[in-house]
Ligand binder design. Structure first.
Ligand SMILES: [Zn+2]
Length: 266
């Protein structure tokens, strides 16, 4: 801890282009270059949260308390129900302590697959956080949005993010998958092999993985326009992109792509 403190002290030089902020996830002070504040950058020295994570929690805070307060100051209320889909532990753990919130996973316990929900999952949550998950869900994507709306209580909220481009249609990388596998070939290249309905093998290359090579495969690149349509068709209203900066908490979006949204179940 000592070396961390002295290292941080050295970073507290009030230099031009630097921003001093309070991380709204762990409550600690940070100093970073303004240009480090990117969607997946501007990591908090203490908890590792990036701009996207801080933004998600700022949206939840504004939703619950009408202002941004740091996560450690969220009032404990176990009547509030929430669910996360592969949320980062830096905010999932405090949310579990404050609310009846459970973080879930596709690949590990507690399991949750948004493409296969039960009747008992309906109208269950005051809020659901789904951040950078839907670009990995198998096609067709609309039923997954429909399910997302079903599991939220009427009047409840969705805090949502995916990487997106601004206009045009969503680009589905693998529109119709039947029996498929992702393999690293002898050349070292990753490929997706799909046996289609006619029994023919289709090969897709130039795969995009998130979280490192061979990790989670990107299935599509959303467009904001199409994403809004997916959400509206599922039954969400009051859909809003939360692009306003909160410099005090190290939240700033220099680019318009992939900014988190808040939507309400109508
Ligand atoms: Zn932090």
């Amino acid at each position: 801890m000592k070396s961390r403190l002295s290292s941080l002290k050295n970073r507290f030089n009030p230099l031009p282009g630097k921003l001093c902020f309070e991380c709204n996830i762990c409550g600690h002070k940070n100093v970073l270059g303004i240009d480090e504040l990117q969607r997946e950058g501007g990591a908090c020295f203490w908890c590792g949260s990036v701009v996207r994570f801080r933004s998600l929690m700022a949206i939840l805070s504004a939703l619950l308390y009408n202002e941004i307060i740091p996560l450690p100051d969220f009032k404990r209320n176990k009547k509030i129900t929430g669910m996360g889909m592969s949320d980062a532990s830096c905010y999932a753990s405090p949310l579990s302590a404050a609310f009846s919130y459970e973080n879930t996973y596709y690949h590990q316990e507690p399991f949750f697959d948004i493409t296969k929900i039960e009747e008992s999952d309906h109208d269950k949550f005051d809020f659901v956080i789904s951040s950078d998950v839907f670009e990995h869900v198998l096609s067709p994507i609309q039923p997954a949005f429909d399910n997302l709306c079903k599991i939220i209580k009427p009047g409840g909220s969705l805090i949502f993010s995916v990487p997106y481009k601004m206009a045009g249609e969503t680009e589905e990388h693998f529109p119709v998958l039947n029996e498929f596998s992702v393999q690293k070939e002898s050349s070292g290249e990753w490929a997706l092999l799909n046996k289609n309905a006619n029994g023919e093998t289709e090969r897709y290359s130039n795969l995009v993985f998130h979280g490192g090579s061979g990790a989670t495969l990107e299935m599509r690149l959303f467009s904001l326009e199409a994403l809004m349509k997916n959400l509206r068709e599922a039954g969400f209203t009051d859909i809003r992109v939360h692009n306003e900066p909160a410099f005090k908490y190290g939240i700033y979006w220099p680019k318009p792509f992939g900014i988190p949204l808040l939507a309400r179940k109508g």
